[in-house]
Write a protein of this length. Structure first.
Length: 256
């Protein structure tokens, strides 16, 4: 029987990965102070926190970094109070924020990602779900000291790489040997498919089977025209580039 993984779009860069009975939420609980970026709708946030289907029995929650459009400590604490068996993996700042709000978590429930730039770390395995953390430079010089972790998630032979807000440059990927990993899905901020230089990085150093572009703003608040500019640039190479889907509307999903 052919096996599939479902990827559901829940927030700005947030996705729920569902493979059979295993579920991994990446950057799904966020609270952006920038209006153009999408927080999970209240209904979805409530379903996640209370464990209502399709968010029942989440095995792992991953946060790529601690910026509010990727991570919200309060809703994460609210979630953990309801789900003592779920494991959270995040950087030091995010873990500290969680512990500041509630200090009673078991050490096994919170795991701090801590690896040198450009190196892989096999952090955790939960019943067949394997997680590697990779420290990558955050986009923007003003954020160069932010710990941004990409996560390579392997479930039942499917491999998904979520890069957070990693800068789309060769230096971030040149030493990772990601092509050898045969990645099924690459989840990236939209400039990775809108910029020619970023597309070259993907093809040269990652070469996944499929790409999902996230972090797109609300269209009605996109005063900079980022969505249309990205799609226009992508159309020039679409026939010759890697199969790409744009996650723009909360609730969108794909199977791989």
């Amino acid at each position: 029987m052919k096996r599939f993984c479902k990827i559901s779009y829940v927030s700005n860069a947030g996705v729920l990965l569902t493979f059979n009975k295993k579920k991994v939420l990446v950057d799904g609980l966020c609270n952006s102070v920038v209006p153009i970026f999408k927080n999970p709708p209240l209904e979805i946030q409530t379903q996640i926190i209370r464990g209502i289907s399709p968010y029942k029995n989440i095995d792992l929650i991953l946060f790529t970094h601690h910026h509010p459009d990727h991570f919200d400590p309060q809703s994460t604490v609210n979630f953990l109070k309801h789900h003592p068996n779920t494991v959270v993996i995040a950087n030091q700042d995010a873990i500290s924020e969680i512990c500041r709000l509630h200090s009673g978590w078991a050490n096994s429930q919170l795991i701090q990602a801590n690896t040198l730039m450009g190196l892989n770390e096999n952090l955790h395995e939960v019943d067949g779900v394997k997680i590697w953390a990779i420290s990558l430079l955050h986009e923007g010089d003003e954020y160069k000291y932010v710990e941004n972790f990409a996560y390579l998630i392997e479930v039942g032979g499917k491999k998904i790489l979520h890069v957070g807000d990693a800068k789309p440059i060769s230096d971030n990927y040149i030493n990772l040997n990601l092509i050898e990993k045969n990645i099924d899905l690459l989840i990236v901020p939209f400039p990775y498919v809108g910029l020619s230089s970023a597309r070259q990085v993907i093809e040269k150093y990652i070469n996944p089977q499929k790409i999902a572009a996230v972090h797109l703003p609300y269209r009605e608040l996109d005063s900079g025209g980022w969505i249309d500019a990205t799609r226009k640039s992508f159309r020039t190479v679409e026939k010759h580039f890697i199969d790409t889907v744009f996650f723009e509307d909360i609730g969108d999903y794909i199977y791989i």
